[in-house]
Design a binder for this molecule. Structure first.
Ligand code: SF4
Length: 210
């Protein structure tokens, strides 16, 4: 368990559970191919069975790091900084994004939307999960809706979510990695029949980079 003093700092967003941070390429969605610095926060209470970062789930497995340290390191690397997880909106992200904003970064969020929005963002990528539906604040703020397709039912779920985001939100269908060969043909046919959607591939996995 996290100790009590640290819990207060976590609550205020002054310290965050940092799983890893690294400079790479954004592999998915609207900014695929762009160099970016990733801040992966620990903690997720959604529990997708196909999750490829299950080691992120227990927040207490990751050290609480002052946001000043996280921001200083991030700002040395890149202008695009992507905060991901885990589910980063479990935490108060306002202090971290304020520091990044003051440092001149472009700040992106990747979230399931399962918790209310905090922080100040240039780009919000929402990837809703059936196990814990997105909050209104994230639905309204989404610039990009990225729906992971694991099976046929996910097309219906994708359309239900698309009805709830703003009209100018970009729409992506992305095969779940272990099902990509099974589902890719259906996804291509779906996008051709419903061209408001685009295909997103996990380019970083094809390139074998982080
Ligand atoms: Fe994994 Fe993301 Fe689902 Fe959490 S929301 S279980 S991090 S895929």
């Amino acid at each position: 368990m996290l100790v009590k003093d640290n819990q207060a700092a976590l609550h205020r967003g002054e310290e965050l559970p940092l799983m890893e941070a690294f400079y790479s390429l954004q592999g998915e969605g609207a900014y695929r191919g762009s160099a970016a610095y990733f801040i992966r926060l620990g903690g997720c209470d959604v529990g997708c069975h196909w999750c490829d970062v299950k080691e992120s789930w227990p927040a207490e497995a990751h050290p609480l790091v002052p946001v000043e340290e996280i921001a200083e390191e991030a700002l040395r690397h890149s202008k695009i900084i992507i905060i991901t997880g885990g589910e980063p909106l479990m935490w108060n992200l306002s202090p971290l994004t304020l520091l990044l904003r003051n440092g001149g970064a472009r700040i992106h969020l990747e979230t399931s939307g399962a918790h209310p929005l905090s922080g100040d963002w240039d780009w919000v990528c929402l990837s809703p999960k059936k196990r814990k539906l997105p909050t209104e604040s994230v639905l309204h703020s989404a610039d990009e809706l990225k729906m992971v397709v694991y099976n046929h039912h996910d097309f219906l779920f994708a359309e239900a979510m698309a009805e709830r985001v703003s009209p100018d939100c970009m729409l992506f269908l992305q095969p779940e990695w272990s099902k990509r060969e099974l589902m890719m043909g259906e996804i291509v046919a779906y996008v051709m029949a419903h061209p408001q959607w685009r295909v997103s591939l996990q380019m970083h996995k094809y390139l074998d980079i982080r």
